[in-house]
Design a protein around this ligand. Structure first.
Ligand SMILES: NC(=O)c1ccc[n+]([C@@H]2O[C@H](COP(=O)([O-])OP(=O)(O)OC[C@H]3O[C@@H](n4cnc5c(N)ncnc54)[C@H](OP(=O)(O)O)[C@@H]3O)[C@@H](O)[C@H]2O)c1
Length: 322
């Protein structure tokens, strides 16, 4: 089968299309014929060897995919060849990939393979932040950084469905319309404007109740200045570099809360995952959540796809089609 592989860590061009043996499912696993693999910003860290999970060289990137079950390993119940699924795992940039049965999400008919590949990591990350780490209530105001990106587009819609007012940030004016289309009431270009000052202006000095921040260094500390009293910042990434160390006494002045989120914490909790998946599918069914596949690339073009997501020019989710 064909797969993307890198033999050394580094820039996008370390990734190459190679021919490798089809993997055999081990106990508790299924094999998927991958129809679309999701690209996550974290894949670029994995490729560089700076992600939480380190590559075992030569390695294949890819943490999520959608497709059809092709073979079921020993001890797997309730999953059969031919089922349409999405799943979270490893080595998904390939024609076939193995996934643990407990990381499989059966796909409803109304979700295409490309949407399915876009679903697990970004939608569930957004849903858990808004409804588990935070308890969003109608009338709250949320600031979503990198609003036109994969997580951002979904997070704005989930927050909106929960009755929030949404302010998004983007790094170029070309992304403003798309952010508005997917749920932003207001959009700030945070490259040309001081977002904290803009938020204070937009909210009449009140500030925001929740900040979703995966940018890090350029936004984290500054965000505290535009948080409302009892406001909450969730740090869930570092696309712009790790934030500086926080002086926790800064939290006293407005009774602020800062928390972190990583999807692994939720993915080991079966009931929590079921709840997040069901609620998110319901939002899609009701037309309140639309998954935006911004661009799909043939599998061989994984380097171009990584360059695109790193360029800050992409919108929505990028997928690879083997
Ligand atoms: N904790 C978790 O479990 C979890 C799960 C999924 C994703 N994440 C994190 O969430 C963020 C979004 O992930 P995604 O896969 O949906 O990617 P994405 O948002 O589609 O793409 C990354 C975005 O980050 C923004 N960005 C800000 N500073 C940047 C920089 N210096 N270089 C490149 N991009 C920069 C860009 O938007 P603007 O330029 O418009 O700001 C860019 O479009 C990432 O930081 C990712 O690591 C975390």
């Amino acid at each position: 089968m064909k797969a993307i592989q890198f033999k050394e860590v580094g820039g996008p061009d370390v990734m190459q299309l190679v021919e490798v043996p089809k993997p055999e499912p081990r106990p508790g696993m299924i094999r998927m014929r991958v129809r679309a693999a999701g690209i996550n910003f974290a894949d670029t860290f994995f490729r560089q060897g700076t992600y939480l999970i380190k590559p075992k060289l030569p390695d294949t990137p890819g943490m999520e995919a959608a497709g059809v079950i092709d073979e079921v390993g020993p001890g797997v119940e309730g999953l059969k060849p031919g089922m349409r699924i999405a799943a979270v795992g490893l080595k998904a940039y390939a024609e076939y990939a193995l996934f643990y049965a407990n990381q499989v999400i059966p796909l409803p008919d109304f979700i295409s393979f490309e949407e399915g590949a876009a679903f697990p990591i970004q939608t569930l990350t957004a849903w858990f932040m808004i409804h588990t780490c935070h308890q969003m209530t109608p009338g709250q105001i949320v600031l979503v950084h990198s609003a036109a990106g994969g997580v951002g587009i979904v997070a704005m819609q989930i927050a909106k469905a929960a009755g929030a007012r949404v302010i998004g940030t983007v790094s170029s004016d070309s992304k403003i319309e798309i952010a508005k289309k997917y749920g932003a009431d207001e959009v700030i270009n945070y490259e040309t404007h001081d977002f904290a000052e803009e938020v204070k202006r937009i909210t009449g000095g009140q500030g925001v109740n929740l900040i979703l921040d995966a940018v890090g260094k350029p936004t984290f500390e500054k965000g505290l200045a535009c948080a409302a009293p009892f406001g909450h910042t969730i740090l869930y990434g570092r696309a712009g570099g790790p934030p500086d160390k926080l002086d926790v006494f800064r939290l006293f002045e407005k009774s602020l809360k800062v928390s972190g989120f990583v999807l692994y914490t939720a993915s080991s909790n079966h009931d929590l995952m079921r709840r997040g998946i069901e609620h998110s599918f319901n939002l899609i069914r009701e037309g309140k959540l639309k998954i935006l596949v911004g661009k799909s690339f043939p599998l061989a073009e994984a380097p171009a796809a990584h360059r695109f997501i790193e360029s800050r020019g992409s919108v929505g989710k990028l997928v690879l089609v083997p």
